[in-house]
Write a protein that binds this ligand. Structure first.
Ligand SMILES: Cc1ncc(COP(=O)(O)O)c(C=O)c1O
Length: 345
């Protein structure tokens, strides 16, 4: 018998139910497509990036992120999606056996990444109104506290007062995951990453920027924090092509991204109206998705898949119960989802 790693024995492979569907609203990507400059970069520069290694630690991308986020290059790290940045941060700041605290429910990869690095995931339930339990998070004593805002899967946001209190009182690093910030009103906490020594804000090119397939994420924080994450990251986390497209999108496609985000938000609220007509009560959302409590969500989700619409099914979510998470984009897709849901119910 090969002596596999003990702590891995009970860790499942992460693979949410996916069936190829004509309409896939399950992963909150930009359903309008990829940013306009991507086509040009792929056409003009594609081949030249294939035979050489990218430059280590992605200096061009860091410069583009620094300009976009209005910080110095020393404040920026990047990774293979923000997934990777989060994973690197956990390894950078914690020793095996240490606790990682996070509100529950939140992004499912966080407890999984924690276990993959032999860390202890410590969920702290959101309060009944889905706000952060700051005292509960601080009381865990965790050297890294993760907070996602707007939160996946609820779509709800943390208040500035709660987050600032958390940052003031946390014994270590507060990682604020802002994968969906482009869809929120006033929910941007980049200023905390600029001003506080213990805050790392992660962002992604996968959602509003429409580049999920290229796997590019980034984070901003104090240079001392960033330097540790860079050690955990290592030199090559992007393809040269992914880096080049992300650079052009940050420089040239911000207006396009903002227009897509605004339309996704408008259609999200229109979808909310349609769901209410079906007797459902979606949670408030500042992301590009709605979480809709639905009894027997698995059965309903399968019914929608049979009708060629994929949404994300959650069963027994803390404080919510069974629910469907529906990604928002062009209205014709929303209309198709509503029809499939109505029939599946
Ligand atoms: C809250 C949150 N954070 C991070 C990610 C990871 O995104 P990526 O690795 O594509 O940047 C996701 C993806 O679903 C997410 O929902």
């Amino acid at each position: 018998m090969i002596p596999f790693r003990e702590t891995y024995r009970d860790i499942p492979l992460y693979s949410p139910a996916k069936k190829r569907c004509r309409v896939d609203l399950s992963d909150n990507t930009n359903l309008f497509g990829a940013p306009p400059s991507a086509e040009r970069v792929l056409r003009e520069e594609g081949l030249q990036h294939l035979s050489r290694y990218p430059v280590g630690y992605a200096p061009d991308l860091k410069r583009a992120v620094a300009a976009y986020a209005d910080v110095a290059v020393e404040n920026v790290t990047t990774g293979c999606g923000s997934d990777d940045v989060i994973d690197c941060a956990l390894r950078a700041f914690l020793e095996p056996g240490d606790a990682v605290a996070f509100p529950d429910p939140t992004f499912v990869m966080v407890p999984l990444f924690a276990r993959l690095s032999a860390l202890r995931p410590v969920p702290v339930p959101l309060r009944e109104d889905l706000s952060l339990d700051v005292d509960g998070l601080v009381a865990t004593g965790a050297k890294l506290i993760y907070v996602c805002t707007p939160n996946n899967p609820t779509g709800t946001v943390a208040s500035r007062a709660a987050l600032e209190r958390l940052v003031d009182r946390a014994p270590g690093v507060v990682l604020i995951d802002q994968a969906y910030v482009e869809f929120s009103r006033g929910g941007d906490f980049m200023d905390l990453a600029r001003s506080r020594p213990n805050v790392l804000v992660t962002r992604t090119m996968s959602k509003a920027f429409g580049l999920a397939g290229l796997r590019v994420g980034w984070a901003v924080g104090a240079p001392s924090l960033v330097a540790e994450v860079e050690k955990a990251r290592g030199p090559y986390k992007h393809t040269a092509l992914g880096e080049a497209v992300a650079v052009s999108a940050l420089a040239e496609d911000v207006a396009w991204m903002e227009a897509c985000a605004a339309e996704a938000v408008e259609n999200r609220e229109r979808l909310r109206g349609g769901l209410k007509v079906l007797g459902l009560e979606p949670l408030p959302s500042e992301a590009n998705f709605l979480l809709v409590p639905v009894p027997e969500a698995r059965r309903v989700g399968e019914g929608m898949r049979e009708r060629n619409v994929n949404v994300r099914v959650f069963e027994g979510l803390a404080g919510v119960g069974d629910a469907l998470r529906i990604g928002c984009g062009p209205w014709p897709l929303m209309a198709t989802a509503l029809k499939a849901l109505k029939e599946a119910l």
